[in-house]
Write a protein that binds this ligand. Structure first.
Ligand code: NAD
Length: 255
């Protein structure tokens, strides 16, 4: 039985993880981390702790859907108590991403800004389309629920990285995240990533390739957050016995 520690258990995705893990025969929730008191119902057999070391020692693998600052603390503590980590938290800054890379020299880490099969495939398609559709303007639009904190979404940023890579461009040189005022015409290589927020939208991403006379739009819509919790559980089952290193969802899905 694989013992799973859930980090961010009281969150939108974390709560679904607790439910979805109940359906697994070979995995169970062993520990959850709470900042203060437990403010949600959980099976009494699960260890609830606000001590990071105790949390890590109580599980074989961690699934994290929290916030960047929390994820940073998890990574720092895991450097002392290494465990396989499935990281789903988005909005990590450069320091936190570097920490994640350093930590992956001590433990296997799967980091995915989107755990869904559809988006993993979409990244491949975007890379191919970007390379093939020379001269087409690339524009990315993402829509999420009103509570989402980071923008653009981690998924949209990963998609823009795939688009830039398809053209051999450095994303930092070409990414545009907003247009306002008399800013002049669109430049040839720019890749725009625009964020819309509202209602309860789970996640919608459109990558458009626009040219004179035609355009192609690749669209993915998540209709249920269980797509992410189930994807993370699949990733955990795959990662638990892997060597140290940094893995992607594409590695797990063999795409
Ligand atoms: P949420 O706000 O509902 O939940 C956040 C969780 O993190 C809560 O349990 C909260 O208690 C916990 N948390 C916050 N600060 C903490 C701290 N300092 N220490 C410990 N725990 C802390 O958010 P959500 O909608 O569940 O999303 C969580 C993260 O996952 C976000 O970054 C979101 O963008 C990302 N996400 C990723 C995917 C994916 O497929 N990779 C899908 C959906 C959401």
């Amino acid at each position: 039985m694989v013992k799973v520690g859930v980090f961010g258990a009281s969150g939108r995705v974390g709560k679904l993880l607790l439910e979805d893990l109940k359906e697994k025969d070979n995995m169970e929730v062993s520990t959850v981390f709470v900042r203060r008191d437990l403010d949600f119902a959980i099976d009494p057999s699960v260890m609830v702790t606000s001590d990071m070391k105790t949390f890590l020692n109580g599980c074989d693998i961690v699934i994290d859907f929290s916030l960047p600052e929390a994820c940073e603390k998890l990574l720092e503590e895991a450097m002392n108590t290494p465990k396989p980590l499935v990281i789903g938290t988005t909005g990590l800054n450069t320091h936190q991403l570097n920490l994640l890379k350093t930590a992956s020299e001590k433990m296997p880490i799967l980091y995915a800004t989107n755990m869904s099969l559809g988006v993993a495939l979409l990244n491949k398609l975007v890379y191919q389309a970007s390379a093939a559709l020379e001269g087409f303007d690339i524009e990315i639009v993402e829509m999420h629920h009103r509570h989402k904190k980071d923008a653009p979404s981690g998924t949209a940023l990963t998609l823009s990285e795939s688009a830039a890579a398809g053209r051999g461009l450095n994303l930092d040189d070409v990414r545009v995240s907003g247009r306002d005022g008399n800013i002049g015409e669109r430049t040839k290589d720019e890749i725009a990533v625009m964020a819309l927020r509202g209602g309860d939208i789970v996640g919608r991403h459109t990558v458009g390739f626009y040219n004179d006379g035609e355009f192609l739009e690749l669209n993915h819509t998540a209709t249920s957050r269980n797509t992410f919790s189930k994807g993370a559980i699949r990733a955990a089952a795959w990662l638990v016995d892997k060597e140290v290193g940094l893995y992607s969802i594409a590695d797990c899905l063999e795409l």
